[in-house]
Design a binder for this molecule. Structure first.
Ligand SMILES: Cc1cc2nc3c(=O)[nH]c(=O)nc-3n(C[C@H](O)[C@H](O)[C@H](O)COP(=O)(O)O)c2cc1C
Ligand code: SF4
Length: 483
């Protein structure tokens, strides 16, 4: 079996493939849209006549497609929750914020195949009776925004957007909106606030579920770039055929970003659940293995908010014996198939599909300090546990990386991290900032304690350890613990 199964990436990086409409069309682009707009009424799964949009929604449900933005929520279910009776317009927003560290797939699609995203969006909009849609693109992606705007212009000029698309009577406009440059802008309700021109403060759910009270308090679908591209392939192949790719409940393909201490960092499209973490890291066609002479130390399997796996760690998974009875099996983390269900059952998540590989040259205290600085900087500040907790954890970690640590700091970090998540915050950022601390400190506690103990001993001997990060040596937060 080839390591990769390229569907969304089929044309990307192929010699001579460009972002032009003409090139996209030469490769079969916009054919799925043309066919869908010409469908008229269709005989549904139960034999009754249904409209073409309803048929498209049924196909997406049948495909089992799960969102590729992070949570892995069923796309068909999300669309089915849209309030179609409110009389208000329904909006669709493509989440192109892509700010989860380690994730670099959506930008590749935008830069190298923008019309694929547009076709997926137009199909999703047609399926959901949307007439105005937005692409919310990360603020820093200036080139991506330029490429998208050019593709939108081409689409308008060729009757693929605007009034009466391809003579079907269907009208749709899509605008690009550049983001406000914060990680929290990627959280769907923060994104909608930002799109409305406000600070990206996530909204309280309930009541502000986007499907009911989204953009301008109208029903809204928020989907990731890759999810919307997958919609095009679902329609092209048919839902049932798409569902044959991947594994049950984890269908289709997904793009994973492998980075860190591997020979071949990059983005790879795999069938969900048909490739293990070991293959993703070690296969010559994928991550290409570790650097010469190095051993694996840890893997962050789904963006930096995912809980880290320690090399050699065994996880218990539920399975079935041949006679159908339940069994528990112990699996090395490297042998976990890369899919939503397994990684969640193993105590982490596949999240945004970003796999960060850490070899034995990694100082996990420094690594976690780096991650925690990011989260402390990016908390929007609405909820006290997140605002104070994220900053507190980063201060304790700075202390540990600046010669001011204590042995008990490991316990102290766990205590803070355990008190942020679990329904105490408005959005999932609370979990996102706690999980790395809980897992890094929980699984490498000896290294955190040893660092603190070393600092204590040095202070007692009157020879405090120098900061491991010289750039931060002058930081006022780097002082030794003073009670
Ligand atoms: C803190 C935070 C940041 C997020 N950032 C992104 C992002 O950059 N891109 C994205 O697609 N989803 C992001 N999400 C997930 C979105 O809230 C949302 O679930 C997703 O866009 C839905 O699309 P999907 O169903 O197609 O996956 C983030 C979530 C959280 C809590
Ligand atoms: S959990 Fe954090 S990021 Fe999310 S709303 Fe609360 S303070 Fe803001």
């Amino acid at each position: 079996m080839p390591a990769e199964h390229r569907l969304i990436l089929r044309n990307i990086d192929q010699p001579g493939y460009t972002t032009d409409l003409e090139c996209y069309r030469r490769h079969g682009g916009y054919e799925a849209l043309k066919r869908s707009l010409a469908l008229g009424t269709v005989t549904g799964a139960d034999g009754t006549s249904i409209s073409a949009p309803e048929h498209l929604r049924q196909e997406v449900t049948r495909s089992g497609l799960r969102g590729r933005g992070g949570a892995g929520f069923s796309c068909g279910l999300k669309w089915s929750l849209v309030d179609r009776k409110s009389g208000k317009p329904i909006y669709l927003v493509c989440n192109a914020d892509e700010s989860e560290p380690g994730t670099f797939k959506d930008r590749q699609i935008i830069h190298k195949d923008p019309h694929q995203l547009l076709e997926g969006m137009i199909l999703a909009c047609y399926a959901n009776d949307v007439h105005l849609a937005y692409i919310y693109i990360r603020g820093e992606f200036m080139e991506g925004a330029r490429i998208l705007n050019r593709a939108l212009r081409e689409a308008r000029e060729n009757g693929l957007l605007g009034r009466n698309i391809l003579g079907s009577g269907y009208d749709l406009e899509i605008h690009v909106h550049r983001g406000a440059g914060a990680y929290i802008c990627g959280e769907e309700t923060g994104l909608l606030e930002s799109l409305e021109g406000k600070r990206p403060y996530p909204r309280v759910k309930p009541p502000y579920y986007p499907a009911v009270l989204g953009l301008y308090l109208c029903p809204t679908i928020v989907n990731n770039v890759e999810t919307l591209c997958a919609v095009k392939h679902v329609i092209e192949l048919g839902g049932a055929e798409y569902a044959k790719l991947g594994t049950p409940n984890n269908t289709g393909t997904r793009i994973v970003c492998v980075s860190g201490h591997v020979q071949r960092p990059g983005y790879y499209e795999i069938e969900v659940g048909r490739v293990t973490l070991r293959e993703l890291i070690m296969s010559p066609d994928l991550g290409g293995g570790l650097r010469e002479g190095r051993k694996l130390k840890a893997i962050i399997p789904g963006g930096v908010s995912a809980k880290v796996f320690k090399a050699g760690e065994k996880v218990k998974l539920k399975g079935r014996n041949r006679d159908g009875t339940e069994a528990e099996v112990s699996v090395d983390v490297l042998d976990l198939p890369y899919d939503f269900t397994t990684l969640t059952a193993a105590g982490s998540m596949s999240g945004s599909g970003a796999i960060i590989v850490l070899d034995d040259s990694t100082d996990v205290v420094d690594t976690l300090a780096n991650l925690s600085d990011f989260f402390a900087h990016e908390s929007c500040g609405q909820c006290t546990p997140c605002r104070e907790g994220a900053l507190w954890m980063s201060k304790v970690l700075r202390r540990l990386t600046h010669g001011g640590g204590r042995r008990v700091d490991a316990e102290h970090l766990l205590h803070i991290a355990d008190n942020i998540p679990g329904g105490r915050t408005i959005c999932a950022f609370g979990e996102a900032c706690s999980w790395p601390v809980q897992s890094f400190v929980g699984k490498f506690k000896d290294e955190f304690e040893a660092r603190g103990a070393k600092d204590e001993a040095a202070r007692t001997a009157g020879t405090p350890a120098p900061a491991t990060d010289a750039r931060l040596a002058a930081s006022p937060d780097a002082r030794p613990y003073d009670g």
